[in-house]
Design a protein. Structure first.
Length: 173
């Protein structure tokens, strides 16, 4: 039952669904990579202030002082993110790394949702056009046209007359 319902939701959207699933998988792979990367400290770590002097950044956590090498002036920041379980494991705040993480993880998910939205819009537009092209008197799924209905009623009346018609009329009234 649920499979049939899902099939109806996504019917006539083959390539859009396939593309969305592929992008979702790519986003999931990027998410796993981001969670396992050292830059994850910027998302899950504790932010502390650092002071740089002579190419070394000094920061403290719970009364203990730690150091971090400033390898590049680009990396220099006054905020350090550290792992509370291991405060010596730290990294500088880096907006470029943060935005790269957001783009690589969020980008495929956003593109996947956009692709599905475009697929639904296209399917809706195609259905609307099909209904318009079928003409004003013909609607798909609204019942029998009057010619077919008249022919079926005539056939049923002929069967009723041949069978005597009394039993049929007593049930209807």
């Amino acid at each position: 039952m649920t499979t049939n319902r899902m099939h109806r939701w996504f019917e006539d959207m083959g390539t859009f669904v396939a593309g969305a699933v592929a992008l979702f998988m790519v986003g999931s792979l990027f998410l796993v990579a981001a969670v396992q990367s050292p830059s994850m400290l910027q998302w899950s770590g504790t932010a502390v202030k650092a002071v740089e002097s002579g190419g070394i950044a000094y920061y403290s956590f719970h009364g203990q002082t730690y150091t971090l090498d400033v390898t590049s002036p680009v990396l220099q920041s006054d905020t350090v993110y550290l792992d509370p379980a291991d405060p010596s494991n730290a990294m500088f705040s880096n907006p470029v790394t943060r935005w790269t993480d957001i783009a690589t993880v969020g980008g495929p998910y956003t593109a996947s949702a956009l692709l599905l939205t475009l697929g639904f819009a296209r399917r809706s537009r195609r259905r609307r056009r099909r209904l318009q092209d079928s003409g004003p008197g013909v609607s798909i799924g609204t019942g029998l046209d009057h010619v077919t209905l008249g022919r079926l009623l005539d056939r049923q009346r002929m069967l009723d007359v041949r069978d005597g018609g009394d039993a049929r009329e007593s049930k209807d009234h």
